[in-house]
Design a protein around this ligand. Sequence first.
Ligand code: NAP
Ligand code: F7E
Length: 336
Amino acid sequence: MARKRALITGITGQDGSYLAELLLGKGYEVHGVVRRASSFNTERLDGIYQDPHVPDRNLFLHYGDLSDSSMLVNLIHEVTPHEVYNLGAQSHVKVSFETPEYTADVSGLGSIRMLEALRAARSDARFYQASTSELFGSTPPPQCETTPFHPRSPYGVAKIYSYWATVNYRESYDMFAVNGILFNHESPRRGETFVTRKITRAVARIQAGLEDKLYMGNTAAIRDWGYAPEYVEGMWRMLQVDEPDDYLLATGVGATVQQFIDRAFARAGLDPADHVEIDPRYFRPAEVDYLLGDPTKASRQLGWTAQTHWDRLADIMVDADVQLLQDQLNGRLAIR
Ligand code: NAP
Ligand code: F7E
């Protein structure tokens, strides 16, 4: 059988990089959309080129942007993918309050541009939309696939548009289009300004004596944090079933930001009381207080279950950031 081709928007992000590795390992030809930037932005893909077990010759990167519909149309014609994973987004909730229109354009309209490109090409590719627990916003937990939405940020509002666009194209045009409603998932590749990575990176720097203080926003918020490599496996499974449907991925276990802080500092033998301070700059105009997912449907129908909960995740991320910093410091010493 011919090799399957997958197209990933957001391939340079946390999830895109893990998904690319997963699909290459399964023998896919992987195509990714990369934004032009003034400095390298493909760092998370470096492992693919360095790992002899991952066939990088099957990875193809294309310059593009979710705001550029003609580019997306041309790309669909060129790649003729079997599967499309729309992971590209302005994905930072706090930043979305400062860039609401841009966030709506990329994280909202971007999905319609991709769906229209597929429709124009009469493609029968299976389409995955990166939906989010931010859709639930202020609706109390536990949240499942039928829980009403009440987004609390321009990011959540943009993503709700993409959620319904995906449902609508499935119903209107008989497309295999699905939403993965993913709760927070993290890893050593998490962007440095999301809360878990901000904490674990600071822990490493405080332990090394490079910093002394960590300034935080609302540490009472509760999140259901899982491990990103497990979640991309769930995305792939959503496109392998017979009938398209929407699924929620979560661990079913929640913790406060404060609990994550305590665990991360303890892992490095530090006391957070000596280092953590609250800075109102990190508060949001509207907060999502409590997210806790019920992943029963994914467990029953996809055979997917999260293996890593927030406490083990904190350990993994602290260890990785401590190691990363050591490597960087050693490199700097070597250059001198
Ligand atoms: P991420 O690390 O922030 O990656 C976002 C990706 O989107 C990056 O590759 C980024 O490119 C790309 N991108 C940004 N603006 C773009 C544009 N205008 N055109 C094309 N690509 C653009 O996010 P992530 O954590 O991997 O999340 C992947 C997706 O899942 C996102 O859609 C996010 O909203 C959603 N999601 C994430 C979580 C989570 O907890 N991680 C949970 C639910 C849903 P650059 O590298 O050039 O910036
Ligand atoms: O915040 C609180 C903050 O920015 C988590 C994105 O991947 O997951 C992510 O969105 C919580 C919030 O993620 C700081 O107020 C306290 O309550 O790590 P975060 P998020 O907003 O949950 C969802 C599912 C997505 O879809 C998004 O794309 O932590 N918090 N102090 C802080 N957050 C940050 N970033 N920085 C702080 O200093």
